[in-house]
Design a protein around this ligand. Sequence first.
Ligand SMILES: [Zn+2]
Length: 185
Amino acid sequence: MSTKTIKTEVNQFSRILDTFPEIRYLGDPVLRAKTSEVSLKEGTEIGKKLGDTLINYRKLVGYGRGLAAPQIGLSRSVFVTYVNDEVQTYINPRIIKFSDEKNLYRELCLSCVMMWADVKRYASIVMQWTDSKGQLQEQEATGTLARLWQHEEAHLRGIPNLDRAEPGTMEFALSDPLQEKLRLV
Ligand SMILES: [Zn+2]
């Protein structure tokens, strides 16, 4: 591991701090607080804000698949994902089924930026939520989508990924996060 690579990451983090003053980082109490449910109106407004931030973040950094309301300082039950070139808003989500199988993945988070760690999560889940049109949704997710939903939903319960890191796996994130793969446990 070279100090040069770490410095590249530090410089990128510095640009992120300048560009997105609204993003909150580990140590901010809002990230470890349980969020409250929202109305459809408030949920869609927050979803729009989160979606815009995530899209602009991706333009600067080149990755980023999800953002939850506490990460911009709002203790509300809303998150967004960016999958297949589309932003989806999840209002008051609730995971109602969990698979027996779990897997591991080195997770990044916009609220800890430079550090990542293995986190064990369920291989598939079923989640309920209200979408931005006010429709109640219930869907199963597997693979990286199940991973993403669980990471974001945990934010709404005040649990950032590093609080669930497998011991001994926290590291500076110096390789390409887009190359990460799910591993069975
Ligand atoms: Zn996160």
